[in-house]
Design a protein around this ligand. Structure first.
Ligand code: GLC
Length: 437
C-alpha cells in the first residue's frame, strides 16, 4: 500500500480509538487507557494533532497515585469487554490511590521520554506543556528509585508479569513453575476477541490473577510486596525505559531550570547504568538478561527486551558490538540465513520460541521502534535500516495488527497479522517511523 494511504489509515485508527481525552489500545480487546501504550500513542499523535498528544499524557497523569506511582490501566470509562476490570484490581485498597479506579500494578515507564518526544516533534514550541507535566514525571522516577529498589542498587524490580509489558514471555515460565496458584474461575474476554492460539493459556492467567489477589491482601503496600512477592524481577526493558526517561528529564529539567531535580536524576542515572552493566549483561549470551531478586538468580534468557538498553545508551561500545555480532545480521535473531524478520520477541533458537503466540516469539512494533532507535544511537546504520524496512514491510502488508509472525517464508503466505487489528501503537509508531527518521 502507498505510504500516503497508509498514513491516512493510521490516522483513522487513532481517531477511532480516541475516547474523548485518551486513546484505547484496541477496540474490544483493550477498552481502557493503558500506561505505556499512551506514551507511544502520544508520540504518533504529536505529528498529527499536538493537542490530542498533550491530552493523552494529561489523562494518564490523572491516574497518578499520591506516592508518584502510575498504574498500568486507568478505568476512565466503563466496559464489560475486558477481564480483569476495576473490581478485580480494587486500587481503592491503597491509601495513595486516586478516586479514579485504576489497576495497582504499573508498566514500563515511558512517560519521561514520551514528553521529550512531544517537545521535539513540536519543534521545541511546547515548553509550557513540559512545564505543566514535568513535576509529575519526576515524581514517577522518584517513586521507582525510592520504593522499588530495596537493596539500593539503582535497579528497580517489577512484581507482576503485566508490569513488564511482555506479558507471557517464556522468562516467566520459571516463576510459574514454582507457584501453586489456585484454579480461579476465569471470566476471560480476550479469547472472545482474538484466536486463543495467539494468547496466553488459562493456567498462565491463573498465576496472573493469583498475584493480584496477593497484592490486594497486602493492600498494594510496596514494603510487603518487596518482602513477600514470589515474582520480583529486575527486567532489562523496564529498567532501560526508566533510564531513558531519566535522560530525557535531565535534558528537559535543564531547560526549565529544575536544578534540584536534574541533580537527583543524574545520581540515579549514573548508578543505574553502572549496576545495569555489571549485573544484567551476560557475556555468554551476548545480551542483557533478567535477574530474579526473589530467588537471587540470573535468568539468562534472551528476548527483544535484551536489546532495549541500546535505546537508553546503557551499553558500552564493546557490549553493543557483541550484541550486534551475536544477534543481528546472520545472528540468532535474524537467523543464520537471515530468514527471520527483525525482531522476534523471544530467542528463536529456544525450544520455548513460539512465532504465533503473544510475547513468546512474534514481532511487536513498539519493541522494534525502541531497538531501531538504539541501533541508530550506536551508529549501526545497516542494522537499523534493516529493522525499519522489516517493520514497514509488515505494516504495509498487513496493516496495524498487534503483532506479527517473524518467519519470512510464513509471512509471505499469510493474509493477516496476529492479535487485535487497528492497534493504536502500531499505527502511532508507523507515523513516527515515516515522519521522523
Ligand atoms: C497487552 C500487551 C501490553 C499492552 C496491552 C495493551 O497486554 O502485552 O504490553 O500494554 O496489551 O495494549
Amino acid at each position: 500500500m502507498k505510504e500516503n494511504q497508509l498514513l491516512l489509515n493510521a490516522e483513522s485508527v487513532l481517531q477511532n480509538n480516541w475516547k474523548n481525552g485518551f486513546t484505547i489500545p484496541c477496540e474490544g480487546l483493550y477498552p481502557f487507557q493503558w500506561n505505556w501504550d499512551s506514551g507511544f500513542i502520544a508520540i504518533g499523535l504529536a505529528h498529527i494533532d499536538l493537542e490530542r498528544a498533550k491530552q493523552e499524557i494529561k489523562s494518564l497523569l490523572l491516574g497518578q497515585w499520591k506516592n508518584g506511582f502510575i498504574p498500568h490501566i486507568l478505568f476512565h470509562n466503563k466496559s464489560d469487554s475486558y477481564f480483569p476490570g476495576p473490581e478485580v484490581h480494587a486500587s481503592h485498597l491503597n491509601a495513595h490511590a486516586p478516586k479514579l479506579p485504576t489497576s495497582g500494578i504499573t508498566q514500563p515507564p515511558v512517560l519521561g521520554f514520551a514528553i521529550e518526544a512531544i517537545y521535539d516533534i513540536s519543534n521545541e514550541t511546547e515548553k509550557t506543556f513540559v512545564e505543566e507535566v514535568y513535576d509529575q514525571a519526576f515524581l514517577l522516577q522518584q517513586y521507582f528509585y525510592t520504593q522499588r529498589d530495596p537493596y539500593d542498587e539503582g535497579l528497580v524490580y517489577i512484581c507482576h508479569n503485566w508490569e513488564s509489558g511482555t506479558d507471557n514471555t517464556p522468562v516467566w515460565d520459571l516463576i510459574w513453575k514454582d507457584l501453586d496458584s489456585p484454579n480461579y474461575e476465569l471470566n476471560r474476554r480476550d479469547t472472545q476477541h482474538v484466536d486463543a492460539v495467539n494468547r496466553p493459556s488459562n493456567r498462565e492467567y491463573q498465576h496472573y490473577i493469583h498475584l493480584i489477589e496477593l497484592f490486594k491482601e497486602w493492600r498494594y503496600d510496596d514494603t510487603l510486596i518487596a518482602k513477600n512477592c514470589p515474582f520480583l524481577i529486575q527486567d532489562p526493558l523496564f529498567n532501560a525505559m526508566l533510564i531513558k526517561s531519566n535522560e530525557s528529564l535531565v535534558r528537559l529539567g535543564k531547560l526549565l531550570g529544575k536544578d534540584k531535580e536534574v541533580a537527583q536524576l543524574s545520581v540515579w542515572h549514573q548508578k543505574a547504568i553502572t549496576t545495569f552493566n555489571s549485573k544484567l549483561f551476560n557475556e555468554d549470551k551476548g545480551a542483557y538478561v533478567y535477574y530474579d531478586l526473589r530467588n537471587r538468580r540470573t535468568i539468562d534468557y534472551v528476548s527483544s527486551s535484551s536489546f532495549a538498553p541500546l535505546f537508553a545508551g546503557i551499553a558500552t561500545k564493546a557490549i553493543a558490538d557483541s550484541i550486534i555480532k551475536t544477534h543481528f545480521d546472520r545472528g540468532i535473531f535474524s537467523g543464520k540465513e537471515n530468514e527471520l524478520l527483525l525482531c522476534a520477541s523471544f530467542d528463536p533458537t529456544s525450544q520455548d520460541f513460539d512465532p504465533k503466540r503473544y510475547w513468546r516469539g512474534p514481532v511487536w512494533i513498539n519493541l522494534n521502534w525502541i531497538i531501531y532507535h538504539g541501533l541508530k544511537r550506536y551508529g549501526f546504520k545497516r542494522e537499523a535500516e534493516q529493522l525499519k524496512s522489516d517493520t514497514l514491510y509488515l505494516l504495509e502488508k498487513f496493516g496495524f495488527y498487534e503483532y506479527f509472525d517473524p518467519r519470512k517464508e510464513v509471512v509471505e503466505g499469510l493474509e493477516i497479522g496476529y492479535g487485535g487489528n487497528n492497534f493504536s501503537w502500531s499505527a502511532a509508531l508507523y507515523i513516527d517511523f515515516i515522519k521522523r527518521t
